[in-house]
Design a binder for this molecule. Structure first.
Ligand code: 13P
Length: 254
């Protein structure tokens, strides 16, 4: 049976009251479901972590962050450390999201430090990779994915199996243009095979990019798709619950 991870990436949305209200509604719903075959995760803004911590039952919903600094503490104004994330109840952290690569110039060097730091603090990194539209149009998709995956060369081998990958084609993020089933299957199979060949480990691969309750079934049933990393639709409680229900029914079908 496939075990799905359904992860919301709230990005820079929701004040603490909005976050608490969302989490309460979500928990009410989840407490009536059989969650054996699915994990639900919310990656929220730093300022929402402590406010929702006391409302979250980690058997139902897990909590993650969207970024972190690699150092434990020190003179890094405006940054948040892995120790602070653990203190706030995080189990996961998104690293290398395309918005961080684009707006905050995160590159392989910095992502290597962040991933190693997360792993050594027992935080599960959700490492995002994906090509831009111009890279896809220039037939560079797999070259780009390969170079982003170079980061894994730097991770100590004993840690590798704790990483989750997320394939997020940049052109599909926030655009309403999700990748087609064929594109998703092609990319996920390529990533899966490449990681096995090169690093001798099989990692879960989430899909992210305009996933919603209408396309979730088609996406989640694709080969090698282990779940979703959901932006816009994770802010709408009914849509998010619908996606969770879809994952549960697919996992029950085997
Ligand atoms: P959207 O679902 O809004 O396209 O965002 C996807 C994403 O960036 C998840 O990390």
């Amino acid at each position: 049976m496939k075990k799905y991870l359904i992860a919301g990436n709230w990005k820079m949305n929701f004040t603490s009251n909005e976050a608490i209200s969302f989490v309460n509604q979500l928990i009410l719903h989840l407490s009536e479901l059989n969650l054996e075959q699915i994990d639900v995760l919310l990656c929220v803004p730093f300022t929402n972590l402590h406010p929702i911590k006391s409302f979250v039952n980690s058997n139902l919903v897990k909590i993650g962050a969207q970024n972190m600094h690699f150092e434990e503490k020190g003179a890094f104004t405006g940054e948040i450390s892995p120790l602070m994330l653990l203190d706030a109840g995080c189990e996961y952290v998104i690293l290398g999201h395309s918005e961080r690569r684009q707006y905050f110039l995160e590159n392989n060097d910095i992502l290597s430090k962040k991933i190693i730091s997360a792993l050594s603090h027992n935080l599960v990194p959700i490492f995002c990779i994906g090509e831009t539209l111009s890279q896809r149009q220039a037939n560079l998709t797999f070259q780009v994915l390969e170079s982003q995956l170079n980061v894994l060369e730097t991770v100590p081998k004993e840690f590798l199996s704790n990483i989750i990958l997320a394939y997020e084609p940049v052109w599909a993020i926030g655009t309403g243009l999700n990748a087609s089933k064929e594109q998703i299957i092609e990319a996920h199979l390529w990533i899966n095979d490449h990681v096995i060949d090169r690093f001798h480990v099989q990692l879960p691969i989430l899909y992210g990019g305009s996933m919603n309750n209408d396309n979730a079934k088609d996406i989640l049933e694709c080969k090698m798709v282990s779940g979703g990393l959901i932006g816009g639709a994770s802010l709408k409680i009914l849509q998010f619950i619908d996606i969770i229900n879809t994952a549960i029914s697919l996992s029950q079908q085997g």
